[in-house]
Design a protein around this ligand. Structure first.
Ligand code: NAD
Length: 498
């Protein structure tokens, strides 16, 4: 494993197969959340850089080796990229941890699994087909094909840079598109490291491009660009609103993977040990900085004390500290602003009458870095702001309920609809509740499971569109219908009515 340099590392952008500085020549710092100190500097992209990248992606789409490559060969390239990631997991994981503060063992786990997404989509590359139509007209033969869209713009947040990029990159490429990626300004490093592997895999220039920088001007220019045909956005609702407005300019197709306020519902017949572990993994994994964070736990009154006791016991013992250490169980928050947001929400929760059962403070022994204790709030009602709004941090709200109808109403009383967990032995009840819950992903007796085979996405404030799974292929292709007249007869004069 290569040792990471401790002096400020410099990252340029990757456009048209070349490493390039920003047209402004400027760089901005990227911080290590475990120390609060800058560790690298990243090219500060401009509108001109975006235009250059989109133009390169457009040329690669309309007139390059990529345009004429067979789907099978595109699949082979995508598979090769997956293999290269598998060979570089340790190094990529270190970059992700240094840049976003997530645990090295979590990033290693995520990156070890990442190649599976590339292999899954590589396998689909030459199975993206249309069908023949059973026509209702004599002598007409018609069939459909699925075609790529063109230049895709991918915009990602800071919490899982490579995983969230992969969900866009792999299906976009096997479907034959080209792509311009704008990573979060907080976490550009691992994506730029990935570009070295894109180069090594042998993708033609312009097929994959990265422009680093801020929402304004990079994200704005990219999502409004007339040559962009699809925008895949993952992030917060405010930025998403800008993106929706921008795509009114270019009519690019759009998917929005936004936040959540996901419930974990524990029925009286659930296994309390499993439910407690699932709840903890759901909210304290990644320090709560996960779109599917299970930030609300609804516990049936008959099992409330049993589950609460287990939650308090395990959460009080969570080892918080250096994310690069293998013994750490919870790392820092990714940014200073995020730390402040979490602390502010905890104060709001207290003012609104929530009772802090565990945590609620910045840990005393960690004065450097952006750490916050894993925190459990107990609520007697479901109307507090912290039970409604996404915190994106390690804060769990626990709320009691008495019956199935009540918990469905409580769980659905949010504008988000991304994910939900149901813990129960009665499988009929689990199915009933899974159907009634507003969420794009429902886990029964498990939480936070992912697979390249399974789609993810939500509705309402959680956005729209689906990533992962076969559904994504439809998001990156459009159908074309071809009509063929097989008649040997002359076409009659169109102005003679028959
Ligand atoms: P953010 O919205 O601040 O930033 C996301 C990306 O959008 C960044 O790359 C940012 O530079 C860019 N951006 C900002 N303004 C823009 C603009 N005007 N035009 C175009 N791009 C712009 O989000 P964040 O703080 O980085 O991430 C946290 C949010 O992401 C949370 O709400 C979380 O729930 C959500 N998220 C959702 C999923 C999912 O799959 N549903 C996954 C991870 C995170």
């Amino acid at each position: 494993m290569a040792e990471l340099k401790t002096e400020l590392k410099t990252y340029d952008m990757y456009i048209n197969g070349e490493w390039t500085a920003s047209s402004s020549g400027e760089y901005f710092p990227s911080y290590n959340p475990a120390t609060g100190e800058a560790w690298s500097k990243v090219a500060k992209g401009t509108a001109e850089d975006v235009n250059r990248a989109v133009e390169a992606a457009h040329q690669a789409f309309v007139n390059s080796e990529w345009t004429h490559m067979t789907y099978t060969n595109r699949g082979k390239l995508v598979r090769r990229l997956g293999e290269l990631i598998a060979e570089n997991v340790d190094e990529l994981a270190q970059y992700e941890t240094i840049d976003n503060g997530k645990l090295i063992r979590e990033m290693r786990g995520q990156l070890n699994y990442l190649p599976e997404f590339f292999y899954y989509y590589a396998g689909l590359a030459d199975k993206i087909h249309g069908y023949t139509l059973p026509m209702d007209k004599q002598d007409m033969f018609a069939f459909t094909t699925r075609e790529p869209l063109g230049v895709v713009a991918a915009i990602t947040p800071w919490n899982s840079p490579l995983y969230l990029t992969t969900l866009k990159l792999a299906p976009a490429l096997v479907a034959g598109n080209t792509i311009v990626i704008k990573p979060s300004e907080m976490t550009s490093a691992s994506l730029l490291e990935l570009m070295k592997l894109v180069e090594e895999a042998g993708f033609p220039p312009g097929v994959v491009n990265v422009v680093t920088g801020f929402g304004e001007p990079v994200g704005e220019t990219l999502t409004a660009h007339p040559l962009v045909r699809r925008v895949a956005f993952t992030g917060g609702a405010e930025s998403a609103r800008h993106v929706v407005r921008n795509t009114a300019n270019n009519f690019a197709q759009l998917s929005l993977e936004l936040g959540g306020k996901s419930p974990n519902i524990v029925f009286e017949d659930a296994n309390p040990d499993n439910a407690a572990m699932g709840i903890i993994a759901g909210i304290f994994g990644a320090s709560g900085q996960s779109c599917v964070a299970g930030s609300r736990a609804f516990l049936h009154v008959d099992i409330y004390d049993q589950v609460m006791e287990r939650l308090v016991d395990r959460v009080s013992k969570i080892t918080i500290g250096d994310p690069l250490s293998d013994s750490t169980e919870m790392g820092p928050l990714a940014t200073e602003a995020q730390l402040k947001r979490v602390a502010d929400y905890v104060n709001i929760g207290k003012e609104e009458g929530g009772k802090v059962i565990v945590g609620g403070e910045k840990p005393e022994h960690l004065d450097k870095g952006w750490y916050f204790e894993p925190t459990i709030f107990e609520h007697t009602d479901n109307n507090a702001r912290i039970t409604k709004e996404e915190i994106f941090g390690p804060v769990l709200s626990v709320i009691p309920f008495k019956d199935e109808a009540e918990v469905i109403e409580l769980a659905n009383s949010t504008e988000y609809a991304l994910a939900a967990g149901i813990w129960a032995s009665d499988i009929a009840k689990a199915h009933r509740v899974a159907k009634a819950i507003k969420a794009g992903i429902v886990w029964v007796n498990t939480y936070r499971s992912i697979s390249p085979i399974a789609p993810i996405g939500g509705s309402g404030l959680s956005g729209y569109g689906r990533e992962s799974g076969f559904d994504a292929i439809y998001e990156y292709t459009q159908s074309k219908v071809v009509w063929v007249n097989t008649s040997s007869e002359a076409i009659p004069d169109p102005f003679i009515m028959r």
